[in-house]
Write a protein that binds this ligand. Sequence first.
Ligand code: ZN
Length: 274
Amino acid sequence: MSDDNLRLLILGAHPDDAEYHAGGLATKYRRQGHAVRMVSLTDGSAGHHQMRGQDLIERRRREAASAAALIGAESEVWNYRDGFLQPGIDVRLDVIREIRRFQPDLVLTHRPCDYHPDHRAVGQLVQDASYMVTVPSIAPEVPCLSRDPVVGYLPDRFTVPRPLRADVIVEVGNDLETLVNMLACHESQFFEWLPFNQGITHEVPVEVTARREWLRESFAHHLRSLTNRFRADIIAYHGPQRGEAIEFAEVFEVSEYAAPLDDTARARLFPFVN
Ligand SMILES: [Zn+2]
């Protein structure tokens, strides 16, 4: 185990994106005493079929704070309007300032190709900020970084222009219960809005323990199929015996627009991957 103090910054579009796509990695970081900060660029105000406006924004802020508190991470929800995010210069400057202030070793975000316009915008914004964090004349009120952090992309299922490349594979079977507990904090999403949007509201149990189990089943199914999609990469990396045995993994691609993930950086940032 590395005794370096690492800093992980997850920049998502919505208040539940960080946990959903990288909650296992975040949990491992916190367990080793590293700093984790989860930021949602939008206010989450489009994520419900019945609630609107400030009530929903405040509810989602509380949900994100509860989820982060479970692993002792920092949580912040910005005020950009959900569903309206564009990769403009004001938000780019906010992202540059955020990365400079937190001084992360690793930044995770969406790919700039994704089904959701807000996700695409965040991916573009982080890409646009990646080099600029080292340029002192841009946003001079916050001291610039001497070098870029490593920037990685959160796992997704999209294939155009090409599927996510499995540069990093993190086994998260031991973190699954914590991960599900974090997702369960986002009640408005996983028990209300997303089932409504998918037409499966009738499947969600009312009782708290039962619906947590229901969420566990559905998230395990999601993570298992993600893992199976990258099975060939997992076997190539870990060998057939261990590669076949891994049931739950988070997979990340490293951006070529920021610091490279050389062997030293890999050993430092992902010490639990061997
Ligand atoms: Zn999202």
